[in-house]
Ligand binder design. Structure first.
Ligand code: C5P
Length: 225
């Protein structure tokens, strides 16, 4: 039995990596599988929400009943997220957005000319999608509940607490190591102003259901249900 904890809510989820082009055939990405974000989208739909899943390039089936929008770069992901956030009441940012992109993507394939001279890449910083939406009017007025994720290799609690404040979100979820990329299970640390709660290691879909139940209580506390 799945209680419809998010009935009437509009949930926006970002998931997977982004892909930042170097030229038409090359780019920079990361090892995010998208599994946690897809599990959260599925759990939110099970809980009765209308769900939009903005996904970077991943090889995962779309959860049943979920509206999926495929994007590539961080800039594409930001545009899609800003668009769908207009109506959303909950935003869960699980995407592993590239921090930097090549300053200029070459229009043609960069050729190896045999001289042994290697190209030099310079980078510019990508927009922070979570921070952008968390600072929007809708989030500030309490109409958009924003949830961030953090994958840290050390000092998870301190880093997650600092990240929660830096991003300006009420709830920051830490992936408890070791590296969770691509795995089917995970353990989570829920970090809020009121304290910290641990969700023990189990499948990502069960964790997603628990996280959705937690978020439903928090949004109800903010008078949104
Ligand atoms: O700063 P860091 O990348 O560790 O923050 C992780 C959190 O911020 C995740 O929720 C991620 O989806 C989000 N994020 C984002 N846009 C970025 C970088 C991170 O939405 N450019």
């Amino acid at each position: 039995f799945q209680p419809k904890l998010l009935l009437g809510q509009q949930v926006l989820v970002t998931a997977g990596p982004t892909y930042e082009a170097i030229d038409p055939v090359r780019g920079i990405t990361n090892l995010s599988s998208g599994k946690m974000g897809f599990a959260i989208a599925r759990a939110a739909h099970e809980a009765g929400a209308a769900v939009t899943l903005v996904a970077g390039p991943v090889h995962l089936p779309t959860p049943r009943g979920v509206h999926r929008v495929n994007v590539t770069s961080a800039q594409n992901m930001l545009a899609a997220a800003v668009d769908y956030a207009q109506k959303a009441t909950i935003f869960v940012a699980t995407a592993a957005v590239a921090d930097w992109r090549p300053a200029l993507a070459a229009e043609q394939k960069i050729k190896k000319d045999g001289s042994g001279v290697v190209p030099t890449l310079s980078f510019v910083e990508n927009p922070d999608i979570l921070a952008t939406l968390a600072q929007s009017l809708r989030a500030q007025s309490g109409d958009l509940f924003c949830v961030g994720f953090a994958a840290e290799s050390q000092d998870l609690l301190a880093n997650a607490q600092a990240k929660r404040l830096r991003k300006g979100v009420p709830l920051l979820v830490g992936n408890i190591g070791p590296a969770t990329f691509g795995q089917d299970d995970n353990a989570l640390l829920l970090v809020q102003a009121s304290g910290v709660q641990e969700l023990a290691r189990e499948s990502k879909i069960n964790l997603a259901r628990k996280l959705i139940a937690h978020i439903s209580i928090k949004t109800r506390a903010r008078g949104q249900n």
